[in-house]
Structure formats: structure tokens, C-alpha cells
Design a protein around this ligand. Structure first.
Ligand SMILES: *Cc1c(COP(=O)(O)O)cnc(C)c1O
Length: 391
């Protein structure tokens, strides 16, 4: 008999009922150190007092009015994002996949209105993840996500990660945009070297195509800059955001330059819930923290500390681990044994991590994690590795 919850997930047998900072508390009372943050969502940890206050205050005032009216909190959050980024304008969504939908629509509409309606093609990369809508699975293109869901939305081409020749060959007069994660998340924490992002920007400019960045996972302070592309010193035309921006409340956004977004006039896109007062109140509170340069410097410092400790863990357990990769607090442990086994051993040691492709174990802690908690996390991973070594 089919479970009452559609069984699209392989769930671990753990039920967290409460969160405090970097800790998740299981129904039986056990405390787990959370190095997953709900897959890079709980950027400020669990039950951050500022987020709880922002949400409850807004909940007592107004939950929903509609985008048929002005929404002061939405305006405030848009202004904050524009001030802190390359963007001139923002559309709010409720998830990463919705942000992908709009990014694709916006790129196509841009060329349609620019008198180049034949430019509809989007070039994306193998190993990418952009969400689960029909456009997003067509964008990522992996057999695992698309099998049985055809016909897929046309217009997407895929090139291997880091294959310059294939990328150049894929571009033609029908290309509208290049879509890429500056750091692949689900794909196994694969950062795009700064030089490559610079090269992509130059290529887009030269060929007159749009650069669309998916910063759903790597954005909002995760790498030690507000957005990961800032490390390369170049800017996109369109950017997808979600996950960390709501700190746990469902919220996403598409940020864009005026040039890329100009064609999206009244009636061309919409969302009932996108930009609702609750989500935007929380988003404003998240932004007050993560856009602060001192906060971002701490993310970079703690990320470096964590990486250094993890290198020690790898050296101590070369039979279990191969190496560490990533940026800031978006780190991946390359495993020699199945990453799911390490994650499971971690559960026994009361630590939460997130498996990714390429047999990598993702470490995406709350950006507010303390030095002591980082040390404790590595101690627990050590215990997990030791249990596998003797198993
Ligand atoms: C999670 C993720 C998405 C999809 O976000 P949802 O909110 O699950 O729809 C898209 N892109 C990237 C890079 C992600 O990590």
C-alpha cells in the first residue's frame, strides 16, 4: 500500500521536533549538531530570535493581502537586495524552482521583445540542479530527474562541467542564455573557478547572450560573500535565489538588471504567494544579518577554520575520506566509502550532514555556527569515521 506521504524521498528514521541555533532536537530528546541546515536553508540557525520576532510580529499584523496591492515589506526587501547587489529589480517567489521558471521566461522574453524571437535556447551544465518543475528538470537534464517525465520542455542544451570547447560549440544564433551555479550544490560542491566565471561573462558579452546564475544554494552569504559570483568580480544579468533568503520560511527571488528585466511588463508573470508579508518580513531580518560585511567576514573565517579541521579529519581517515572541497561554509567531504554510509554513521554520532552527487558529503552549517560547534562537529565526524573503519 502506498504510504500516506507520497514516497518520493528516502527518509532517515529521525524526527526533529525542535531547533535551537546549530542544534536539532529529536522526538526522543537527543540533540543533533546540524551541519546541513535543511540543505543550506537555515542560514541563521534554528529559532533565531530576530527571525522569530519578525515572523510573529508580522503574523499578528497581516499574513496576506495580494500582489494586487502594494506590500511594504516586499518593497523593503527588494530595496535591500537591490542596494546590496548588481540587480536593479526583484521578483519574489516561494522556492528555487519557481525562481528557475521566471529566469527562463525572463531570458526568452528579453530576446522576444528585443526583436530576436529565435533566441530561446538555454545552455546548462551536466551535474546541475535547478529544481523540480518541468522547466527546471529540463534545464538540469539528468536522466535521474527527467526519466519518465517527457516530453521535456525544449530549448535546453547541456555541456560537461568545465568543457570550454563543448560550451563554445553549443552556442549559436538561437542561444538566449547560459545558466550555471557558481558552486554546484547537489552536483557535489563543485566551485566554478573565478577565471571560468569571468570567461563566461566575457563570452556572454561577446555573443550577446544573457548570463543567468543559480545562487539558490551558494548565495545569501554561504561562501563568505553575499553572493558567490562576487568572488570573481563579475555580475550576472539574472540571478535565482531561494533557500537561505528565508532562513527557513519558504521564500525565493529573481534578481535582474534593468536591461534583462525590462520586457517583463504588467501581466507577464505573477504569483499568489510570492512576496507575501510573512516571507518578506523574515527575509528583511535575514538580510539585516547576512548583508553585514562583519557577518560575511565571520562566515569566511569560520569556513576556513572548518576546512582546516576537515583536512585533519581526512588525513586521520584516508580509508574513509579523500579530500575537502568548496568555499566558505559550503564544503564537501569527498568520500571513499559510500557517502550515505558516512551520513548514517553521522546520525549515530548525532550529527546531520547532506549527501550529494560524486560521493560527496555536504557540510552546510548554519552561518551562525560557533568555533566550538565546528570543533564538536569534527569530533562527531571523527566518531562516525571511526565506527565505519572498525565496521
Ligand atoms: C535547492 C535548489 C534549487 C531548487 O529549490 P527548491 O526551493 O527546492 O525549488 C534550485 N537550484 C539550486 C542550486 C538548488 O540548490
Amino acid at each position: 500500500m502506498i504510504p500516506t506521504i507520497l514516497p518520493t524521498y528516502n527518509r532517515a528514521p529521525l524526527a526533529f521536533v525542535k531547533g535551537e541555533g546549530s542544534w536539532l532536537i529529536e522526538a526522543d530528546g537527543r540533540r543533533f549538531l546540524d551541519l546541513g541546515a535543511g540543505i543550506a536553508v537555515n542560514a541563521l540557525g534554528h529559532a533565531h530570535p530576530d527571525l522569530v520576532a519578525a515572523l510573529t510580529e508580522q503574523a499578528g499584523a497581516l499574513w496576506h493581502s495580494s500582489n494586487l496591492f502594494e506590500i511594504p515589506r516586499q518593497q523593503e526587501l527588494a530595496d535591500r537586495l537591490v542596494e546590496a547587489s548588481f540587480a536593479d529589480t526583484v521578483f519574489f517567489t516561494n522556492s528555487g524552482t519557481e525562481s528557475c521558471e521566471l529566469a527562463v521566461k525572463m531570458a526568452r522574453k528579453h530576446f522576444h521583445e528585443a526583436g530576436q524571437p529565435e533566441r530561446t535556447g538555454i545552455i546548462a551544465f551536466e551535474g546541475a540542479f535547478h529544481g523540480r518543475s518541468t522547466a527546471a528538470i529540463a534545464a538540469a537534464g539528468s536522466e535521474k530527474m527527467t526519466h519518465g517525465f517527457g516530453p521535456l520542455m525544449p530549448g535546453f542544451r547541456h555541456v560537461p562541467w568545465g568543457d570550454h570547447d563543448a560550451l563554445h560549440a553549443a552556442i549559436d544564433d538561437t542561444t538566449a542564455a547560459i545558466l550555471i551555479e557558481p558552486v554546484q550544490g547537489e552536483g557535489g560542491i563543485r566551485p566554478l573557478p573565478d577565471q571560468c566565471l569571468k570567461g563566461l561573462r566575457a563570452l556572454c558579452d561577446e555573443r550577446g547572450i544573457l548570463l543567468v546564475l543559480d545562487e539558490v544554494q551558494c548565495g545569501m552569504g554561504r561562501t563568505g560573500r553575499l553572493f558567490a559570483h562576487e568572488w570573481a568580480g563579475v555580475t550576472p544579468d539574472i540571478m535565482m535565489v531561494a533557500k537561505g533568503i528565508g532562513g527557513g520560511f519558504p521564500l525565493g527571488a529573481v534578481l535582474a538588471t534593468e536591461r534583462a528585466a525590462r520586457a517583463m511588463s504588467a501581466g507577464t508573470h505573477g504569483s499568489t504567494y510570492g512576496g507575501n508579508p510573512l516571507g518578506c518580513a523574515v527575509g528583511c531580518a535575514v538580510m539585516r544579518h547576512v548583508a553585514d560585511p562583519a557577518f560575511l567576514a565571520e562566515v569566511a573565517r569560520k569556513g576556513a577554520l572548518m576546512r582546516q579541521r576537515l583536512e585533519g579529519l581526512v588525513a586521520a581517515h584516508p580509508d574513509i575520506f579523500k579530500g575537502v572541497r568548496g568555499m566558505g561554509m559550503m564544503l564537501g567531504l569527498e568520500c571513499r566509502v559510500p557517502n550515505a554510509d558516512v551520513a548514517r554513521a553521522g546520525h549515530a554520532a548525532q550529527i546531520v550532514t547532506v549527501p550529494a552527487a560524486d560521493n560527496v558529503l555536504r557540510l552546510l552549517p548554519p552561518l551562525t555556527i560557533s568555533d566550538d560547534e565546528i570543533a564538536e562537529g569534527v569530533t562527531r565526524l571523527e566518531a562516525a569515521a571511526a565506527s565505519l573503519a572498525t565496521a
